[in-house]
Structure formats: structure tokens, C-alpha cells
Write a protein of this length. Sequence first.
Length: 272
Amino acid sequence: QPGLLRSLKEDLGWTIAPVPWLSDGFFVETPERKTSGSSKLGLARPHLTGELYLQESTSMLPVQVLRAACELNPQGNLSMLAPQPDRACNFKVLDLCASPGSKSTQLWSWLSSIDNSCGLLVNEPDRQRASTLYFNLLKCGASQSLLTCMDGAKMGGILPEAFDAVLVDVPCSCEGNVRKDPFALCMMNTEEQTELTRTQLRLLQSGWQALRPGGYLVYSTCTVNFWENEGVCLRFLRACRNRELGDHVAHPVNIDKLLGFPPKAAEETKPR
């Protein structure tokens, strides 16, 4: 909103700096955190009224990648966001595993800045988590969104080739929380992780089925191990090459160039 950043600085005393790799993300430091080490961001009025959403800057990367791919369209000559008169809803996005809503609200913020003909479908199978998702969308005024509560692995079969862009931010072992919880790396045994990767692959394949030819899909986790990240993606790409998922083939996108990462950061994004 116009004047929001100025209000956060002047009225609340927040120190704000832009996140280099995000178009609408900012690092925030509050007076309380500076003096006592604790933060009360979650109780701040702009958060409670939906003017902003608080999340880790890295968790905003998947949506930023999807947005950049659709706007720059590295596989084609024109932006995917160009008006299409033959379609009532010009641009449709699916957030397959949406709760609690950090990425859904980020997607909505982007889509609402385009025009009112865009549509966002958000899905969460767990009804309690879906209620949290609904609350966050309502708080942010996401009027261009539709919420479903179903098994995401079935979505692609029900709505095949229906979306221009799909985000598959799958349930994972959450090893990325190791910064806050050292035991995050020890939460799962081999058997549990094997079952989890099966679920992740099913969700990715479903998201792929829901994507129209020429669209973009982003698969993401908040974990760091190979099996849930590159491992799942490699199994998916192998299935695509073998035509196990239909006639369409997936083409990986270089996110280093897409987001303009400096060489040192780009080195960290290469598959291990």
C-alpha cells in the first residue's frame, strides 16, 4: 500500500531494508529486538490487519522464481501475462500445498497487481490447517482466490492442464529449521523419509498434470537433504523422459540467470 513503508518506519520505528532477490520483500528490525533481543512483529497492527505478511526471506524464493519465470518467460518470446481475449480468466495459478498461506498471500499480492482477471486456487487437505489458510487469505483481502480442501495428489486428475503456473511447496522434514532447532536434522528415520519422498513425488506429478503445456511449475521444500529435493526432481524428470506422465516433457529453468544471482550465490544453487 502507498505510504506503508514510511508508516512502518516513522510510526513504529522499524528499520527496513529490501531483500536483494525479492521484488516485494523486506528485512525488518524492530526497536524491541534491538533493545531486548525479542521481537513482537506478530502482534504489530499491520500484520494483524493483513497489510503485510511475516515470513523468512528464503521461503519467499519459490514464488519469486515462479513470478520471474512467468514474467520473463525464458522458454518463449512473450510474457505469459499478456492478455488473452479468448479466455475469461487470463492467468490461473495453483498453490497445491498452501497452508498456512505465506506463499498463497505472496502469490495473491503478485496476481492482484496485474489485473482482476487472474485467478488463484489454493489447496489444503487438512480442514484445521485449511481454516488457518482461509483466515490469512481473508485478512489479506485475497478476493481472487478459491480454497479447496482435498488430497493434492488427486488435483491433477480432476483439473488436468488447467493452470498457467503451479506451485508445489510440499510437506517435508523441515530441516531448514536447524537454525532455530538443532534437532531438526534428527527428526525422521529412513523409513519415514522414504514414505515422505513418495508423497512428495505424487504431489509433484499431480501438479505437473494440472499444468497446461507451456506453463511453469516450481517444486520447493524447506529442507536441505538430497532425497527430498534433487532426488524427487530427478525421479520426476526421469518419468517425464520415459513418457510415464504423458506426452509433455519438463525443461528445467536456470534460476541463477532468472533472478540475476551473483556468481557466488549461483554456485550454491547448482545440483549436488
